[in-house]
Design a protein around this ligand. Structure first.
Ligand code: UD1
Ligand code: MG
Length: 456
């Protein structure tokens, strides 16, 4: 038995989510629950996933239409055995079949590997959990010798069986050929009138097949999500795992309970992340980086020694070594900062390239702009990049100085060492080392009479 066919049940309605979105598409750590399960299933060598869809089938199938997975539709939800039955035509002869659940998103690769290791021609693997809170779950019934004999659902259990504190997590692995042979023997003569997959255990025993139990590494790993309260609990558990991984790899978190990673985060060592930061998409951080409180960072690369001060928003940007950003900076897509560049408070950048050591320290909008090295952009500078129809480029050479409250009407170019006087409305190019003054001349009027308040 060398191939593994992973059957992932995802057909249930999830009515308790109170949602128009199919339950398995609700995100955990920024990714749909089903994606987590597919990723775990994807770690199986020679594995292939078959997702059983039902409620919201089209939406679920379209969300994962990358051609890597197979889908089997379950028109009516007649029980877990019926759901698995829908996938049988896809199971390869001689394969191992592993059953997972799309609403149990934290199942981990190590546990799956242990399950698959336990499968043998006359042995099936069942993931069970010891718990003080067994209510609602199927109970594991063991015989006098301690061997697993059957599973009894809560609603079909006797008073004595209800005292059993070993529960069925639902996850099992066995030969695909055995599954194909035994599944049709399951009937729906039970309290819920459903075809129970759990009945497979007693059938296996009747065929002299042993049932080996495997325990998960934690209860969260097998926790299912039925409503948004459970989703939030599992989100915290998951974030706790991610925070722990990050800390053990050398990043200090001010408070791991106030950290959110919704995607991929790769970080070096000796970084410090203050509270309430949210990382999404794919973010790479070097080493010695400091990130202040309340920053949101998505799809960006941050080099060594960067300091991002509180309340900054960084999206699809690249920050060179030892840059300083914020507080209250907004770096929009296409922002690239050279080494030691500085973007200060209330500055918005978009498609802006800053050379080494260039600074935009206060209250500016710099969009569609190429800045050389050691440029200084004064407070309140605006690139007028949009004429209502098209976007235009502003180019600023090395060592140029833009005085405060200037408006640079693009397309416009300022040469190396160019100097723009404060308050200039720049409409023409400035040559290297030239001074541009584009503002009304000041007149001082002597003997001017201040207005006086009128009598009624
Ligand atoms: C099931 C197990 C129970 C176990 C529990 C663990 C059975 C009969 N019982 O009970 O022993 O303790 O899980 O959480 O298997 N689904 C379908 N199609 C269906 C029915 C269900 O796709 O026709 C999917 C559901 O969407 C869900 C999963 O299968 O993701 C489990 O179904 P659910 O109805 O929640 O089973 P439980 O009653 O919780
Ligand atoms: Mg359930």
């Amino acid at each position: 038995m060398k191939h593994t066919d992973v059957v992932i049940l995802a057909a249930g309605k999830g009515s308790r989510m109170q949602s128009d979105l199919p339950k398995v598409l609700h995100p955990l750590g920024g990714r749909p629950m089903l994606e987590h399960v597919l990723v775990a299933a994807g770690t199986v060598p020679d594995g292939r996933s078959i997702v059983v869809t039902g409620h919201g089938a089209t939406q679920v199938e379209q969300s994962f239409a990358d051609g890597e997975h197979l889908f089997a539709r379950q028109g009516e939800q007649l029980g877990t055995a019926h759901a698995v039955q829908m996938a049988l035509p896809h199971l390869r002869s001689g394969a191992v079949a592993l059953i997972l659940y799309a609403d149990v998103p934290l199942i981990n690769a190590t546990t799956i590997a242990r399950m698959l290791d336990a499968v043998a021609p006359q042995q099936i693997a069942l993931l069970t959990l010891q718990t003080d809170n067994a209510s609602g779950y199927g109970r594991i019934v063991r015989g006098v010798e301690g061997a697993i004999e059957s599973i009894v659902e809560h609603r079909d259990a006797t008073a004595e069986q209800l005292n059993i504190n070993e529960i069925n997590t639902g996850v099992m692995a066995l030969g695909a050929d055995q599954l194909k042979a035994w599944l049709p023997q399951i009937n729906n003569n039970n309290a819920q009138g459903e075809y129970y997959l759990t009945d497979l255990i007693a059938i296996a025993r009747a065929h002299d097949c042993r049932v080996e139990s495997i325990q998960p590494t934690s209860a969260n790993e097998v926790q299912g999500v039925n409503n948004r309260v459970q989703l939030a609990e599992l989100e915290r558990a998951y974030q706790g795992q991610l925070a722990r991984t990050l800390m053990l790899a050398g990043t200090t978190l001010a408070d791991p309970a106030r950290f959110d990673q919704r995607g991929e985060l790769v970080a070096g060592v000796d970084n410090y992340i203050d509270i309430n930061c949210v990382f999404s998409g794919s973010v790479t951080i070097g080493s010695g980086v400091t990130i202040g409180a309340n920053c949101t960072i998505s799809d960006s690369t941050i080099a060594d020694g960067v300091e991002i001060k509180a309340n900054s928003i960084i999206e699809s940007a690249v920050l060179g070594e030892c840059c300083s950003v914020g507080p209250f900076a907004r770096l929009r897509p296409g922002t690239v900062l050279g080494k030691h560049a500085k973007v200060g408070n209330f500055v918005e950048t978009k498609k802006a390239h800053l050379g080494e050591g260039s600074k935009i320290n206060h209250l500016s909008y710099i969009g569609d702009a190429e800045l050389g090295d050691h440029v200084n952009v004064g407070a309140g500078t605006i690139t007028c990049n949009y004429d209502g129809v098209n976007k235009h480029l502003t180019q600023i050479g090395n060592e140029a100085f833009i005085g405060s409250n200037s408006t640079l009407i693009a397309p416009v170019e300022i040469g190396d060492g160019g100097f723009v006087a404060a308050g200039t409305t720049l409409t023409k190019n400035v040559n290297d080392a030239e001074l541009a003054v584009g503002r009304a001349k000041q007149r001082n009027i002597a003997g001017w009479q201040r207005p006086i308040k009128k009598e009624d």
